[in-house]
Design a protein around this ligand. Structure first.
Ligand code: NAD
Ligand code: TYD
Length: 332
């Protein structure tokens, strides 16, 4: 297959592209705006064609879709804290960008997969969300992702476009930008910087290794029923504080580097996804959290050349703004 992978220079998109080229012999065209989170370095070992463009740019999007078999859209603003501080780009990329992709896919009747998130369902105290659960997003990030999902569904219903939606739970693994919990804590721990835990640290996330999500997305692209939504959840749930404690242990640190900081406004307490539907389609998560976390810490240890350029400049300014403290270990 020849795939157009939008947002393929980011964390999950680049892992997905690597997997599709390596394991399925696909050709990939990456279309990416290269925001702070998108990096060509993420694709250094992946054979691909590259289009530098915004998904809201109709002319470039149409041109990129001219000779592909299907479209997979990862392109998004993805950090909840940034959506609280500056929601603008979340609204334009998720609403206008998704609309432009859908229109271009409709012109060529292309199969279209939208990558979405469990956060569209909001928080759940007990049990797990199914695909039938109501959408109750809490943050500008999840609200605009939910809006994009609804727009995608409308193109299936109204225009008969072959769409599928994959809602993943919290991903972790190689190439994740260190604004998200796991890589942020790992890199801070390497440098002896404080590990900032929001609130009481008892918020629960459902952890999914990035390759498992990539395999799930590929599986739904090939076998999913048009018009359907598929939850793709990880095998394990874990409270944040426990995640951070495990990172402290894996990096040979002392728990005194953990620091409790002001909670995130509107912070969802627990995410939990039921994935029976995608399991019935033949997908299963392969990586348990303890094993995946250890491999992830090891990857960051082995790949300082990847994160060293990130952990400077704009990132240090972002960190200071977000946490009100400077990073000490790396030029901050
Ligand atoms: P990321 O922030 O690492 O990457 C996003 C990519 O999209 C970057 O390469 C960026 O340059 C690109 N991009 C942003 N705006 C763009 C635009 N307007 N036009 C073209 N490219 C643009 O994100 P990620 O963690 O890899 O997430 C990818 C997708 O998966 C997102 O849709 C996200 O909502 C979804 N998702 C993420 C998680 C997670 O835990 N990270 C879980 C479930 C679902
Ligand atoms: P994050 O990686 O931002 O993903 P999401 O908000 O999409 O789940 O955060 C995961 C959890 O970790 C979430 O409950 C917020 C918490 N968190 C912290 O406690 N400290 C931090 O510095 C960050 C970035 C997140």
């Amino acid at each position: 297959m020849r795939l157009l992978v939008c947002g393929g220079a980011g964390f999950i998109g680049s892992n997905f592209a690597r997997l599709r080229v390596r394991d399925h012999g696909d050709e990939v065209v990456i279309l990416d705006k290269l925001t702070y989170a998108g990096r060509k370095e993420n694709l250094a070992d992946v054979e691909h064609e590259f289009v530098h463009a915004d998904i809201a740019d109709a002319a470039k999007v149409r041109e990129a879709m001219a000779d592909v078999d299907a479209v997979v859209n990862f392109a998004a603003e993805t950090h909840v804290d940034r959506s609280i501080a500056e929601p603008d780009a979340f609204v334009t990329t998720h609403a206008v960008g998704t609309y432009v992709l859908l229109e271009a896919a409709r012109e060529r009747s292309l199969r279209y997969l939208q990558v979405s998130t469990d956060e569209v369902y909001g928080s759940i105290a007990e049990g797990s969300f199914t695909e039938e659960s109501p959408l109750q997003p809490s943050s500008p990030y999840s609200a605009t992702k939910a809006g994009a999902d609804l727009l995608v569904a409308s193109y299936a219903e109204t225009f008969g476009l072959e769409t599928v939606i994959c809602r993943g739970s919290n991903n972790y693994g190689p190439y994740q930008y260190p604004e998200k919990l796991i890589p942020l804590m790992v890199l801070n721990a390497f440098h002896g910087d404080k590990l900032p835990v929001y609130g009481d640290g008892m918020q629960v996330r459902n952890w999914l290794y990035v390759e498992d999500f990539g395999r799930g997305i590929g599986h739904v692209l090939e076998h999913g029923v048009p018009g359907e939504v598929y939850n793709v959840g990880g095998p394990d749930e874990c409270p944040n504080l426990e995640v951070v404690r495990r990172i402290v242990a894996l990096t040979g640190n002392d728990e005194s580097i953990i620091e409790y900081v002001t909670d995130r406004p509107g912070h969802d307490r627990r995410y939990s996804l039921g994935s029976e539907k995608v399991r019935a389609l033949g997908w299963e998560a392969q990586v348990r959290f303890d094993e995946g976390l250890e491999a992830t810490v090891q990857w960051y240890k082995d790949n300082a050349a990847w994160w060293e350029p990130i952990r400077s400049g704009d990132y240090l300014e972002y960190y200071q703004r977000q946490y009100g403290t400077a990073l000490g270990g790396c030029g901050g």
